[in-house]
Ligand binder design. Structure first.
Ligand code: NAD
Length: 345
């Protein structure tokens, strides 16, 4: 049966990949995107065949904090998938007000609209993040019961949103599920993030800059696997997922330095192009997902090997320079370190 998906933040990296995924996988689906087109979002992220003249797709330029607009769009949806957020850790160290407004109040606005329409909404997926956990001591696997120790203003705002959605399930019984993706990579990611920055620096014949010694390690999940995970939750019985938080990751950790080396190898350039700069405050040392819960409950596991996903991502950046060259000037953010020193990260 035809379903209508309201996708907030659908013009951003993961959101636009999810729009594409749903559009292609469910030919009778309808998609409504709400996006404010901040520096991180672009209508160019929608494939050519997905546009406002198409009766399966509607794009609404607007703010996720606009309750009247959000309520009217939620009233038309079966599923709500809420990606809209300010998302760059370093930028949240530079200036965090928008992070708390969009990530927390935006989520409260969407949650209130879902509450108003809780009898017609089948599922509300809130996209949280693994950053809510902070760093893993001893670099052990982090499951969904790991303490929430946000290390940056971005992560703190996302904890607020994550627990707000949980509280609405407890208080009002809304049909919500929280997902905590680990570090996503893939086509269309903004150049401010590590993997696109490395790839595009290599394409532009620049050095690849790494924070600190590059020992910080992360669990890197391909964006297509994230889309498959969200779809799995949307298609599962509500009783299995309501009020639950699920990690989406791989259980494998790769350091930032090794990511730079992977890019160097895959693009056939010299190792001396890696340069080390000051470490960033709010840095999470180790992040690694325990994905047992989602495997056991929903039988989801990642399907794309890192080397394979990286190769496809590199090809995308090589072939789509027109789409990312306007972001070049936004790759770095000025921040003040704990000792008062000003640096560009
Ligand atoms: P992104 O920065 O690429 O995209 C965010 C989108 O939200 C943009 O299109 C932007 O225009 C839109 N937006 C921002 N403020 C808005 C507002 N007030 N109203 C409407 N739209 C607004 O982010 P992303 O990397 O695609 O992340 C999507 C979600 O996934 C976020 O909630 C993020 O916290 C979460 N997440 C991302 C990652 C990752 O590795 N990228 C990992 C875990 C969780």
């Amino acid at each position: 049966m035809s379903k209508t998906y309201l996708i907030t933040g659908g013009a951003g990296f993961i959101g636009s990949n999810f729009v594409n995924y749903i559009y292609n996988k469910y030919p009778d689906s309808k998609i409504i995107v709400l996006d404010l087109l901040t520096y991180a979002g672009s209508v160019d992220n929608f494939p050519m065949h997905v546009n406002n003249l198409n009766e399966r797709f509607q794009f609404w330029y607007g703010d996720v904090k606009n309750s009247a607009l959000v309520e009217s769009l939620v009233s038309q949806a079966d599923y709500v998938v809420h990606f809209a957020a300010e998302t760059h850790v370093t930028r949240s160290i530079f200036d965090n007000r928008d992070f708390f407004e969009t990530d927390v109040i935006g989520t409260q606005t969407v949650s209130n609209a879902v509450l108003q329409h809780k009898n017609s909404i089948e599922k509300f997926i809130h996209i949280s993040t693994s950053e809510v956990y902070g760093t893993a001591s001893e670099c052990e696997l982090m499951d969904e019961n790991h303490q929430l120790n946000p290390m940056s203003p971005y992560a703190a705002a996302k904890v607020g949103a994550d627990r707000l959605v949980y509280s609405y399930v407890e208080t009002y019984d809304i049909p919500a599920t929280i997902i905590r993706p680990f570090n996503n990579y893939g086509p269309k990611q903004h150049l401010e993030k590590a993997i696109p920055r490395f790839i595009t620096s290599a394409i532009l014949n620049e050095d690849l800059t790494v924070h600190g010694q590059g020992e910080a390690s992360r669990d890197w999940i391909n964006v297509n696997d994230t889309c498959l995970g969200i779809d799995k939750i949307l298609n599962s019985p509500l009783s299995k997922v309501q009020g639950e938080a699920f990690n989406l990751g791989t259980g494998i950790t790769i350091s930032i330095k090794d990511i730079a080396l992977h890019v160097i190898r895959a693009m056939n350039i010299d190792k001396s192009r890696i340069k080390y700069i000051d470490d960033r405050p709010g840095q999470v040392d180790c992040h690694i997902a325990d994905i047992k819960k989602i495997k056991d409950v929903l039988n989801w596991e990642p399907s794309i090997k890192f080397e394979e996903g990286l190769k496809e991502t590199i090809n995308w950046y090589k072939n789509n320079m027109k789409m990312w060259e306007k972001q070049i000037w936004m790759r770095q953010v000025p921040i003040i370190l704990k000792d008062g020193k000003k640096v560009i990260h």
